[in-house]
Write a protein that binds this ligand. Sequence first.
Ligand code: ACO
Length: 329
Amino acid sequence: MPFNATITGLGAYVPERRLTNADLERMVDTSDEWIVTRTGIRERRIADPAEGTSHLAKRAAREAIAQAGIEPEELDLIIVATSTPDLTFPPTAALVQGGLGAKRAAAFDLNAVCSGFLQAYVTAAQFIQTGAYRHVLVIGAETLSRIVDYEDRSTCILFGDGAGAAVLSRTSEDVGLIDFVLHADGTRAGLVYCPSPTSPEATLKSIGGIAKPTIRQDGRAVFKFAVNGMSESVLTLLERNGLRSEDVRLLVPHQANLRIMTAVAERVGVPVERTANCIAEYGNTSAATIPLALHKWFHTEGLQKGDLVVFTAFASGFLWGAALLRWGM
Ligand code: ACO
């Protein structure tokens, strides 16, 4: 590879409004005790009706760009990972590009649901490693509250809104993305899905779904596949790079359920103390969970240049995978 691609800036933004477990107790037949024990979630953030995914994304992006020490005009590409775009088109990335004044940047959205940031990060790194681009902004941003059924207690307790961003920059130092694995199994599409206004009946029928445009899932099946998929992806990366779990300074798993994250950490042999975690305060923010958890860890626990970090995610699709990187800041 002619160049390495390393994270030079991180940003995060969550809306101010909190939806607590006590609030949910008043909305559906649930309890704080059930939610905390089964998921680890205590509250989530909900976007103001006037705010869209692009607004959250821009706020997170500005922080990441400032930390990277560059101007928006220096960005070559913006990728927004989201499954809750402001509009069907243009893509949210175009709204972000225009709003930031990133005049030179190309822009596109990437929909890989909860593995969106992982896939966008890996994609961004390819553009840099080939030498095509110097600075790429990757954002995971969601307003999931718009597609949650707040009468369904098995899903409404899980999801929240938020955005996390990272600037990836070209470097000749031995830091940045080392290796990745990405997988898909579209035969399991019906296990967690959300229809759109363009969903044809034939597709809904093929996945055993209904047309209501809110998130539906088989929670137990997703749970099992998530643990297996993320653990196996991480173990594959460690094995083929000749690493042991002790070598990993930080594991950043997708934040879907604390029990899933703990099971993955145990299976791959990384202690929970070295596992990034923001699920209690934000819940599952889909494409935003990895950058939000990484941002929190970076500003509380810290990372040293040279530390090995692993991202791993699992999503509707099913889509799953992991990335191994050497920290460069
Ligand atoms: N409060 C109280 N009881 C509840 C609630 C609730 N909020 N939700 C479900 N229950 C009940 C169920 O009805 C069931 O009752 P029953 O035994 O009388 O039938 C009981 O609790 C147990 O239900 P399970 O579904 O077996 O509970 P589980 O421990 O599996 O937890 C959960 C459910 C939290 C959904 C879990 O399975 C999970 O987190 N799965 C992963 C989901 C996920 O990550 N989805 C994200 C993919 S998202 C994406 O790509 C957009």
